[in-house]
Design a protein around this ligand. Sequence first.
Ligand SMILES: CC(C)(COP(=O)(O)OP(=O)(O)OC[C@H]1O[C@@H](n2cnc3c(N)ncnc32)[C@H](O)[C@@H]1OP(=O)(O)O)[C@@H](O)C(=O)NCCC(=O)NCCS
Length: 166
Amino acid sequence: MTSGIQVRDYTPTDLKQVEEIILTAENFGRDFLDHERRVVRFLHESPDTGRILVASEKATAEIVGYAAIRYGWRTLIIESIITEHNHLRLGIGRLMMDYIKQIGEDHPDMEIIRVDTGDFMDYAQTFYLACGFQISGFASHYLGWHNNQVIFVYRLKQAHSIKEGD
Ligand SMILES: CC(C)(COP(=O)(O)OP(=O)(O)OC[C@H]1O[C@@H](n2cnc3c(N)ncnc32)[C@H](O)[C@@H]1OP(=O)(O)O)[C@@H](O)C(=O)NCCC(=O)NCCS
């Protein structure tokens, strides 16, 4: 179902379509768009700190997904992952996630992928579990988001043994 879709790095000409995807995503509003604009600008200008990815239709170049990732210490952090709302449940989120996992596998310093989501966002939690993530923590009264956050982790380089507490 996703054979006609490619994941690639964002370029500034994608901005308008990316903004539409962010604005029409469930649960997010205008202030989130302002925040995401800053994230996009920063990561684009500082590629050693992370990457902005888009999923686009090969035939039409329409952008149908967007993801922002950041390199933390040993941890690849997913800041955002959004599928365009008319293209949900077609495998695009999983395709972007597989691409992100490969970035993490290829990066010498990354040991895990981390993503947080609100405890009320059942569909996002189901998505992360379907992508092989495990729940590793819970932050109650996460003030900035005005809700409780569930922390999901995916362990990279599973072929190699990573010592606990290392
Ligand atoms: C979460 C999100 C990125 C998933 O993207 P998607 O392209 O629809 O996901 P996929 O089609 O690749 O789904 C992969 C699997 O995840 C699970 N899943 C995805 N969406 C789901 C939903 N709404 N309900 C239940 N399970 C879901 C399913 O197991 C699915 O496999 P299946 O369709 O074969 O059953 C998408 O719902 C989205 O953009 N939501 C709005 C933005 C958002 O909330 N992002 C996450 C912020 S924390």
